[in-house]
Design a protein around this ligand. Structure first.
Ligand code: PLP
Length: 389
């Protein structure tokens, strides 16, 4: 059968994730040090796992409300108010989802009509452009620059806005660059969003993982922005809970209601075991998050210093757990560089073009792996660079 005519045009138009393709190559090799997948190397803190185990022992194995357990939504509303300084009603303005991944999909499907444009800053998380296309939208990437620390400048955003623009996707701290946005930059971006009546989809999944003095600012907390922002957050990164698959969206009730309809028919609810674990994470997880944050900071400082010393120029990223160095002049594309590095040293890092065209010429190195492994990887990378430049 010719299956190509059976697959939807939207889905056929979307490429497979560059990260996954690259890591299929890694699978076949032994003794690889991976600076690849953006996943904490820490186990989920024990008290959170224990809460999940205990919930199973008690027989908590049912569906929950579509929106999520009310106790969890209350904890989320209180955490978001403390951390992001925005208040949401637990009963109607918080939706618990299967990771931030599901929340992105729900938000785009709830907001877009075919042909609506969604602007996002690039390099960006691999799912953004495909999620927009699969929701029948038009993806408009705005390239950010190394000179700006890969932060989005309002002047660049202004050039990308058209009468069809409906949504702006923001992700600070950013995967893959670790970029952060200053309050001033966000204020200028917010002014444009208000002027052009854009809804902002703000993916703040790395917001606890900040390493500079300046605290994280959510665009939702700026004047006039709460009513036009969907704030997305989750447990995967800061709480090291990727496998629990739990995230949430906070937004005005009509938007949550629209997202909830899709969630209700496609997912029904997020898993109850994960929801119980998330309550424990929010109630008692702060110390573990801070411990992991400090550890990431040490690794970041080490990796940035080593990369710059070996000629892989990079800024010191203010957040997340990625460094995004420039590949030195050696006549290789980022894909060729990453493949050769893997072949000759068994060190895996992701070619920058996996995160959009503007990532060409860069490599994403994730430091959510032990300092010992990072040290070995940096030694090997240094020797590789000496051999190719
Ligand atoms: N958003 C960003 C920017 C990410 O980097 C990731 C995962 O790497 C996600 C969303 C997906 O997170 P979750 O595990 O909550 O689905």
């Amino acid at each position: 059968m010719d299956y190509s005519s059976k697959i939807s045009r939207q889905v056929a138009a979307v490429p497979r994730s560059g990260i996954r393709d690259f890591f299929e190559l890694v699978q076949g090799k032994d003794d690889v040090i991976s600076l690849g997948v953006g996943e904490p190397d820490f186990d989920t803190p024990w008290h959170i796992r224990e809460a999940a185990i205990y919930s199973l022992e008690k027989g908590q194995t049912s569906y929950t409300s579509n929106l999520g357990l009310v106790q969890l939504r209350r904890e989320i509303a209180s955490y978001v108010e403390d951390f992001f300084h925005v208040s949401y009603a637990a009963e109607s303005e918080v939706l618990v989802t299967v990771g931030v991944s599901e929340a992105i999909d729900l938000a785009l499907r709830a907001l877009l009509n075919p042909g609506d444009e969604v602007i996002y800053h690039e390099p960006c998380y691999v799912s953004y452009s495909p999620s927009i296309v699969m929701a029948h939208g038009v993806a408009r990437g705005v390239a950010t620059r190394k000179e700006d620390g890969f932060s989005l400048k309002a002047s660049e955003l202004a050039k990308a806005i058209t009468p069809r623009s409906r949504v702006l996707m923001l992700n600070f701290p950013t995967n893959p660059t670790g970029a952060t946005a200053s309050r001033e930059d966000l204020e200028e971006i917010a002014t444009l969003c208000i002027q052009h009546d854009l809804i902002v989809l703000s993916d703040e999944i790395y917001s606890e993982l900040r390493y500079e003095e300046e605290a994280h600012v959510s665009i939702a907390s700026l004047p006039g922005m709460r009513e036009r922002t969907i704030l997305l957050h989750g447990f995967s990164k800061a709480f090291a809970m990727t496998g629990f698959r739990l995230g949430y969206a906070c937004a005005p009730e009509p938007i949550i209601e629209a997202m909830m309809k899709i969630h209700q028919y496609s997912m029904l609810c997020a898993p109850i075991t994960s929801q119980v674990a998330a309550i424990e994470a929010l109630q008692n997880g702060a110390a573990a998050v801070e411990h992991m944050r400090q550890d990431y900071q040490r690794r970041r400082d080490y990796m940035v210093a080593r990369l710059n010393a070996m000629g892989m120029e990079c800024h010191s990223p203010g957040g997340a757990f990625y460094v995004f160095p420039e590949i030195p002049d050696c006549g290789m594309t980022s894909k060729e560089f990453a493949l050769n590095l893997l072949d000759s040293t068994n060190v895996a890092a992701v070619p920058g073009d996996a995160f959009g065209e503007s990532g060409e010429g860069y490599l994403r190195c994730c430091y959510a792996t032990s300092l010992d492994d990072i040290k070995v990887a940096m030694d090997k990378m240094e020797a590789f660079i000496e051999s190719v430049t």
